[in-house]
Design a protein around this ligand. Structure first.
Ligand SMILES: [Zn+2]
Length: 251
């Protein structure tokens, strides 16, 4: 039996067993496993990690663990440049698009409200979800660590909160999305793009009491759903404000 020593930094501590947080974890092992396997055995999906140092040297996931190694594991850095070090994956995806697992329906709708291309996995097998994420270059959002541990997942995020608004805040923060938000650009029901249409186009399809006081209408280019700024609109705006607020500390 050999031993290595792991230290997880910042929010990665949310993912390791409570008693091991913010301290050195002694990791017993046989053979020479890849560092990726050891990190995931300790509970942290590789997609959460952006920098690995073994004995102070920057390495990639395939690096083999040796007895006595000291491994420092860092999350995605938002605030400082680590380009001289080994990046564990390609540069960030240029066009942001997501695939969310079946249990994140409300988060999916909120991300669409923010204008982000987001599809649901809809009962697909794990293998199908991972294949779709890779082929369509979508970031995988999940509450299941096992799914995010799949090697084929290059971009993903383990959603922490149970609350959909807080989940949306997490995603915006994690992928630094503030500048890319385009509210009301997508259909919350189907992810299609929403375009403005003349009132005459939708007149026969909207309630007369709405037609009497609303001038602007929008339709989804995919499912045809008609949108207008009705009584629900202030509630949606309030949700946007709460998601995008950078001041309020999160729990
Ligand atoms: Zn639609």
């Amino acid at each position: 039996m050999k031993t290595a020593y792991f230290r997880f930094y910042a929010e990665l501590n949310d993912l390791v067993p409570f008693e091991s947080r913010r301290g050195t974890i002694v990791y017993p092992f046989y053979g020479s496993p890849a560092v990726k396997d050891a990190i995931e055995a300790l509970g942290v999906p590789h997609v959460e990690v952006d920098l690995l140092l073994v004995n102070g040297r920057s390495v990639d996931f395939a690096c083999r663990l040796r007895s006595g190694d000291r491994v420092a594991v860092y999350p995605v850095f938002e605030t400082f440049d680590i380009t001289p070090l080994v990046r564990l994956r390609e540069q960030p995806l240029r066009l942001i698009a997501f695939i969310a697992d079946d249990h994140l329906g409300k988060l999916t709708r909120l991300l669409r409200l923010l204008g982000f291309d987001t599809i649901e996995s809809h009962g697909s097998t794990n293998k199908e979800i991972v294949t779709t994420a890779a082929s369509e270059r979508r970031i995988l959002l999940s509450r299941h660590r096992a799914l995010l541990k799949c090697k084929a997942v290059t971009h993903g995020y383990l959603v922490r909160s149970n609350d959909p608004l807080e989940q949306a805040r997490e995603v915006v923060r994690r992928f630094d999305l503030w500048a890319q938000v385009q509210p009301f650009r997508r259909c919350m029901a189907c992810n299609g793009l929403v375009n403005a249409v003349g009132k005459e186009v939708v007149l026969g399809q909207i309630p007369p009491r709405v037609a009497a006081w609303r001038k602007e209408y929008f339709t989804c280019s995919d499912c045809g759903k008609i949108y207008w700024r009705g009584t629900h609109y202030p509630r949606l705006e309030e949700k946007l404000v709460r998601i995008l607020d950078t001041e309020t500390p999160t729990t």
